[in-house]
Design a protein around this ligand. Structure first.
Ligand code: GLN
Length: 197
């Protein structure tokens, strides 16, 4: 496969930014809102936004089960921020009744930096991406508080708190490469899509 066909779940959040990065990297990109649209892609991005809203809309649009099935079938999925929350098997500080798609064997805390620190930027050394460090922007960001054995930790803050993970075909970051012109996570995701196809 030369041109990967990937979708961005387009129920809420920073869909446009992901579409732009993936298009710049040469992928064929579609916005995915319905099960038929999901069936036509080889990989899916879950954008940043508000995880509880995306959760509710995914159920209203009949997307929850199809996305869960795609994850179970091994479709590569990349989640940023709210998208990472949606990939987590377990969350803390979710709203009442909040669900996730799951798949990543992690516990993620929503809004882990509290209301005092709504957003911040930092350079992260990420061995999987090589040089230079990645400039990461965190916006009401979640943290990976616990991770199972199969989970590879790709990046951590200076104090050791984990902010990027990979488990098989699933990739998640607490931060938003798509808003900073940082293309390497999306390039890694597209490699995962090509490998699997
Ligand atoms: N705090 C948001 C949530 O709980 C995530 C924020 C973001 O995606 N920038 O979903």
């Amino acid at each position: 496969m030369t041109t990967p066909r990937v979708g961005v779940l387009a129920l809420q959040g920073d869909v446009r930014e992901h579409v732009r990065v993936l298009t710049d990297l040469g992928a064929q990109v579609r916005k995915v809102r319905r099960p038929e649209e999901l069936a036509g892609v080889d990989g899916l991005v879950l954008p940043g936004g508000e995880s509880s809203v995306i959760d509710k809309l995914s159920r209203a649009f009949g997307m929850r089960e199809p996305v869960r099935e795609a994850i179970a079938a091994g479709m590569p999925v990349y989640g940023t921020c709210a998208g990472l929350i949606l990939l987590a098997d377990r969350i803390t500080d979710g709203i009442e009744g909040q669900q996730t798609f799951g798949g990543l064997d992690v516990t993620v805390r929503r809004n882990a930096f509290g209301s005092q620190v709504d957003s911040f930027e930092v350079d992260l050394d990420i061995p999987a991406l090589g040089e230079p460090p990645a400039h990461a922007v965190f916006i009401r960001a979640p943290l990976v508080e616990q991770a199972g054995e199969r989970v590879e930790r790709l990046a951590a803050l200076d104090d050791g708190r984990v902010v990027a993970v990979r488990q098989g075909s699933l990739l998640g970051t607490s931060f938003h490469p798509e808003v900073m012109g940082e293309h390497r996570f999306h390039a890694l995701f597209l490699d995962m899509v090509r490998e699997r196809a």
